[in-house]
Design a protein around this ligand. Structure first.
Ligand code: IVH
Length: 680
């Protein structure tokens, strides 16, 4: 092998370092510094150099993919057994756990615990030697696991090398690999389309993705990790779980979101409540909270009982699955005319909500699973998605169950329904179908769209059936007097609705795009489009070819968008809303990443953000950055603005008042322009 010139070696080392750095900002911090194109260019340069000189560093990002498929998994012994956790199901049991812990430690003092979300995925051990990831294994039976190194390397969040000054000689890091609920759903959709078996839940999908002999398949699944513990270590010690988290974060590992320190049971229970109330908003499955004694020397003192430590336990949240009776099957008409089956259920409480309807996916599934009226079914509620029937329990049948036959007509307008080739759904193609019109308005008014407070599904139906609105544009010409004529409305509520409709005129580009109800354009696609187009007019003018060039916009979506905007009625509807006073601001990442980074270097106006906002706080912060502002965590003399949302932190407000710092509302922030900021 020809010797590699020193200069090239250095260039390769430099490229690896730069690319790994950007990987961290992209995957872990979720805020890329360079554009995808710039990343791809650097990656290609590195790959070419590696191939030319046959010189590959172990932490090169090119090593994440491309290993040949395995014949079978190799068994690996864990240096320290990977333990499991005992469970508690009530706050009383938490108290008992604390009491036992105090007794074992012979102390009357309050004990400090960490309370962490319990991710529902697959436990993995990552072995680093001299800072390099050398092995990754599954938990297996706790003593022996399977070598899944090649698959784990495809998870971009996992560092291949510890970017710290003094990496320990050896460290086994443990964490949970998981898949987001949305990713799981789209994976299942794809599998269904391709005639493959669906995964039962995100945990099974994760396990199925990690236990793959061909790592190129794992690479296609978007997996994540949250690291929460260690096994064997050499060359480093940690005093507490908190210290460990700090070290893990410095070493660029993702750690459990919302983990908290809590002293005594009162604080522990509060922390559990906080995690539990977040549960339905988190994009991934959390099935409980893990309570751990924070101090490692106390953990050691408490020890382990067979497979479970005495120093930790899991508070299990109520199941997100329950069984109940299927009372009836109804056909529901969507905003694009798709007719889907909905199960009417005997009401059942699942994870804090009463569920009486659930999705049955599609008509084929009813036949395939032979679902009958009167069956006992298992229902799951995951994230904020509509609950769905996941299985029937045939053992519970008593013979009174009746098969279901679907109608050939639209349940709303009575038109004959059709089934397009290669589509699972039936469709009502009557463009005057009332149900579709109502669904479009419901979508338009919903929280994720124009967010018209007080205009829920029932009120949309009422306004529509009374003839006051036929289309969402009509909302903006509604008069208080008209609304007052409706049942359910009095002076105050009518005025509130008028105000909410008026307020909805100021929104963001992506919300407006989403509210239009374009086929195949959900929230995610709407955000992508808002990132690419400055104005709604630019989007209207985009050609199908141009749309297809946007990363992640496929042929189907591009064709739906272009057919939507080629319909003159839709253009007129948009123009009417603009003429009626629509104001679009775009708090998304409108500026190219490059432009934003150059500003990061300049001396910029600083903002502190407090309270909750109509937007995710991250988006508010991104907006500030896109204006050229700088986000800081706490108020000081040099802070320029305090942006105040709902329920702001009182201490921040007081401090701002005391220091004479300007406070502005969300709406005021949205009205600020880059120029105004720079001339401040
Ligand atoms: S600690 C001895 N922390 O839950 C401590 N586990 O039911 C062992 N899990 O096998 C684990 N999130 O796969 C810990 N924040 C967290 C966790 C967590 C999820 C999983 C892990 C473990 C299982 C035990």
């Amino acid at each position: 092998m020809a010797k590699i010139p020193n200069k090239t070696k250095q260039e390769i080392e430099c490229l690896v370092r730069i690319l790994n750095h950007h990987c961290y900002f992209y995957y872990v911090k979720d805020s890329p510094i360079i554009s995808d194109e710039e990343y791809d260019q650097l990656y290609k340069k590195l790959k070419d150099l590696e191939e030319q000189h046959n010189f590959i560093l172990p932490d090169s990002p090119t090593q994440r993919v491309g290993a040949p498929p395995l014949e079978k998994f190799v068994r690996i012994k864990h240096k320290e057994p990977m333990l499991s956790l005992g469970n508690v199901f009530s706050k009383d049991e938490v108290r008992l756990f604390n009491k036992r812990t105090k007794k074992a430690l012979k102390t009357k003092e309050n004990i400090t615990y960490t309370v962490e979300p319990k991710y529902d995925g697959l436990a993995i051990e990552l072995t680093y030697k001299d800072g390099f990831l050398v092995k990754a294994s599954t938990r297996g039976d706790g003593n022996y696991g399977e070598d899944v190194t090649q698959n784990i390397k495809t998870i971009n969040e996992i560092p291949l090398k510890l970017e710290i000054e003094y990496p320990p000689e050896e460290i086994d890091i443990r964490g949970e690999v998981y898949m987001d609920i949305k990713e799981f759903e789209s994976l299942n959709k794809k599998r269904e389309e391709e005639g493959e078996d669906k995964f039962a839940n995100p945990r099974n999908a994760t396990a199925g993705s990690i236990r793959q002999l061909d790592s190129s398949i794992t690479a296609k699944r978007k997996l994540h990790i949250a690291c929460y513990g260690i096994g064997a270590v050499k060359g480093i010690t940690f005093k507490t779980q908190c210290d460990l988290f700090k070290w893990l974060r410095t070493s660029r590992f993702p750690t459990p979101q919302g983990a908290k320190l809590a002293k005594g049971t009162k604080e522990v229970n509060k922390a559990i409540n906080e995690i539990q109330s977040l549960r339905n908003e988190l994009p991934f499955e959390v099935d409980g909270a893990v309570i751990k004694v924070n101090d490692f020397s106390l953990q050691k003192q408490l020890g382990v009982k067979t497979r479970e430590p005495h120093w930790a336990t899991a508070f299990k949240f109520p199941a997100k699955r329950k069984t109940t009776k299927l009372i009836n099957i109804e056909a529901s008409v969507g905003r694009q005319g798709a007719i889907t089956p909905v199960a009417n259920l005997e009401p059942v409480e699942i994870a804090g909500a009463t569920v009486s309807n659930a999705s049955l996916h599609n008509w084929d599934e009813i036949q395939r699973k032979d679902i009958r009226i009167g069956d006992t079914v298992e229902v799951e509620r995951a994230g904020d998605v509509i609950p769905h029937v996941i299985a029937i329990i045939t053992e519970k049948r008593n013979g009174s169950e009746t098969p279901y036959y679907y109608s050939q007509r639209c349940p709303a307008c009575g038109s004959l329904i059709i089934r397009e080739e290669d589509e699972v759904a039936f469709k009502c193609i009557n463009i005057n179908c009332n149900a579709q019109a109502i669904e479009k308005i419901k979508n338009f008014a919903s929280k994720a769209a124009m967010d018209i407070e007080g205009l829920g599904e029932k009120n949309v139906e009422l306004l529509y059936s009374s003839g006051l609105i036929n289309h969402f544009v009509d909302l903006y010409t509604l008069k208080k007097e008209d609304i007052l004529k409706l049942p359910r409305f009095a002076k105050k509520s009518a005025q509130n609705l008028i105000n909410a409709i008026e307020n909805s005129k100021t929104t963001t580009l992506y919300k407006f795009i989403y509210s239009l109800g374009i086929k195949d354009v959900g929230e995610y696609a709407a955000r992508l489009l808002a990132k690419h187009y400055e104005t709604i007019n630019d989007l209207c003018k985009a050609t199908e070819r141009e749309l297809k060039k946007i990363e992640q916009v496929g042929d189907k979506v591009a064709s739906s968008i272009s057919s939507f905007f080629s319909n003159q009625d839709n253009i007129e509807a948009i123009n009417s809303i603009i003429n009626l006073g629509l104001k679009l601001q775009n708090p998304d990442f409108t500026l190219p990443a490059k432009e934003r980074t150059s500003e990061l270097l300049s001396d910029r106006i600083s903002f502190v953000v407090t309270g909750t906002f109509p937007e995710d706080r991250k988006i508010v912060k991104n907006y500030i950055e896109s204006l050229g502002g700088r986000n800081v965590g706490s108020i000081s003399k040099s802070t320029d603005y305090l942006v105040v949302g709902e329920n702001p932190g009182p201490s921040k407000l007081n401090k701002a008042k005391k220091l004479g710092i300007k406070t502005i509302s969300y709406n005021e922030l949205m009205k600020l322009t880059k120029d105004e900021l720079n001339t401040k």
